[in-house]
Design a protein around this ligand. Structure first.
Ligand SMILES: [Zn+2]
Length: 469
């Protein structure tokens, strides 16, 4: 499989360094508010990649994502609302995990909270000072960018160009305007921890270095995030990790493109955003995932309701096929498959190959989705004229659509309409059974209960009526 590596600026063949387990780190949320829909793009993209690794490449994935639960944004929010930082962090951490679940994203293998690892961050900063890579001024500690040769290699920026840009915002305390904060002295009322430099808290860039090393070792297979993190966040992570260990920090750097709104980056500071949970409520996770994955993950994507509506239509074409075939085959009995059926079956593996070729090409979900839509077209064509004895092979096409849809989290379940009908049918049987019991027709009412039990549906009679599980 090839993946585009931001560090080398080309597609390279990827496999985990030990051949078995992918050590993958994806920068996580700062939990001061609900996520906006743009923040969801890397969540979906890297969840899809992880599932593809696990289900098509046979690799395990150790997927680590931090939760930034102390930060300027949290402190600002606390000052504005009067709620303690911990309360805000707990509220939005929970909201984040609820969102992952709603999106069908697997929870990370580890999701360490920054505040649980402050002692290790202090150790890292001490080691950087000992190596001459950092210095303390009045309780703040800064990274000495000039002491690390590789600075700028990920973003492709040159130190001299950066200096000109940074001069305006230069702090007088720093040796160099590019030097960045590793430890921040606490102002009165701010969350704080003891350190050799006085009370304070670690900078954000230090957090990811410590947490990724803690769970994944010194060299990660993949470090990923949105492309707005390339500079300065990821550049600053490399400076710390590689400055200290003199080993590569991550073999592959993957970055997803921005979600745009009328040509501008969607962001809370610009005010042109929609909350992810609200969009999910309106459109559902499958539509949101389809919308994102219908565009290559590195390209910018324009957010629009029309785009989401189109995604919804494209899904319903596949879903209609799944629903119709499922209900048709539920009543058919298996028999001998004819020549046309066998030839249809033989045509299916090439769609799977096509899908894998696309996904192996830098996670080209656009081509992968097209391969699935091709199965739908081919199946619809076959269905139109298929003889009765050949129709059971349609089930194989549906199974393939489900298998290929799995990493994308598409086409896994029956449509909402079908699920609604199933619940209605169960309710109907329960009502019928109640009527029979009122008429003391116990033999028949017990038969309904027993047949439902065989299907795994348990009825319980309560004072408020019959409930089922
Ligand atoms: Zn990070």
């Amino acid at each position: 499989m090839k993946l585009y590596n931001t560090l080398t600026r080309k597609k390279e063949t990827f496999e985990p360094q030990d051949g078995k387990t992918v050590r993958m780190y994806v920068c996580g949320p700062t939990v001061y508010d609900q996520l906006h829909i743009g923040n969801v793009r890397p969540v979906i993209v890297f969840d899809t990649l992880r599932k593809y690794f696990e289900h098509f490449k046979g690799w395990d994935v150790n997927y680590v994502q931090n939760v930034t639960d102390v930060d300027d944004k949290l402190i600002d929010r606390s000052l504005k609302t009067g709620d303690p930082v911990e309360t805000i962090a707990a509220r939005y951490t929970e909201a984040y995990f609820r969102l992952l679940d709603a999106l069908g994203a697997e929870p990370p293998t580890h999701s360490p909270r920054a505040t649980e690892h402050i002692a290790e961050m202090i150790e890292l900063i001490k080691a950087l000072i000992d190596k001459g890579l950092a210095y303390e001024v009045d309780g703040d500690v800064y990274y000495r960018v000039s002491a690390f040769d590789g600075y700028g290699k990920l973003s492709g920026r040159k130190i001299n160009d950066l200096k000109v840009g940074a001069r305006v915002a230069a702090s007088e305390k720093k040796e160099n305007p590019l030097d960045f904060t590793l430890w921040k002295a606490a102002k009165p009322g701010e969350p704080k921890w003891d350190s050799p430099w006085g009370e304070g808290r670690p900078g954000w860039h230090t957090e990811c270095v410590v947490l990724s090393r803690r769970f994944l070792g010194e060299t990660l297979d993949i470090h990923a995030g949105g492309n707005d993190l390339i500079f300065p966040h990821h550049e600053n992570e490399i400076a710390q990790a590689e400055g200290l260990t003199e080993k590569p920090f991550a073999r592959f750097w993957l970055h997803s493109g921005m979600l745009m709104f009328h040509g501008e980056k969607m962001s809370k500071s610009l005010g042109n955003f929609a909350y992810a949970h609200e969009v999910l409520e309106e459109f559902g996770a499958e539509t949101v995932r389809y919308f994102y994955l219908s565009r290559h993950y590195r390209k910018p994507l324009d957010y629009s309701k029309e785009g989401l509506e189109e995604a919804r239509k494209a899904i319903s074409r596949v879903q209609t096929l799944i629903d119709e075939v499922s209900s048709e085959l539920a009543t058919s009995s298996p028999g001998e498959i004819g020549a046309a059926g066998r030839s249809f079956l033989a045509s299916l593996p090439r769609f799977r190959e096509c899908y894998i070729t696309e996904m192996d090409d830098d996670l080209n979900t656009v081509g992968a989705i097209a391969a699935i839509q091709d199965i739908v077209s081919e199946t619809n064509r076959f269905r139109a004229t298929a003889a009765t004895e050949d129709r059971p092979v349609l089930q194989e096409a549906i199974a393939l659509i489900r298998e290929l849809g799995y990493p994308l989290c598409l086409f896994q379940e029956k449509s909402r309409a079908m699920k609604g009908i199933e619940e209605e049918l169960i309710r109907l049987l329960i009502d019928l059974r109640s009527e029979l019991r009122t008429k003391k027709e116990f033999a028949l009412s017990d038969r309904i209960r027993d047949r439902l039990a065989e299907l795994g549906i348990t009825l319980k009679d309560t004072a408020q009526g019959t409930i089922w599980t």
